[in-house]
Write a protein that binds this ligand. Structure first.
Ligand SMILES: [Zn+2]
Length: 63
């Protein structure tokens, strides 16, 4: 049946270049109590940024 993963497009601003970058996030509900950050490869700076799956906010700084 339908076991394909669905993705949702998001647009975030690269903290390094300031460009807007479009990427895809898995359309899944993360488990509660876990870290919701999802790594995405940035097309602007070729780096990896972390997107919060719940809020869609990008985490630009290390913690
Ligand atoms: Zn970037």
């Amino acid at each position: 049946m339908a076991d394909r993963k669905t993705w949702r497009p998001i647009i975030f601003s690269c903290p390094n270049t300031g460009d807007r970058v479009q990427s895809l996030l898995p359309d899944e509900t993360p488990e509660l109590g876990t870290d919701d950050l999802h790594p995405v490869t940035c097309a602007a700076c070729d780096g990896v940024h972390f997107i919060n799956l719940r809020t869609g906010a990008m985490i630009g700084e290390r913690r």
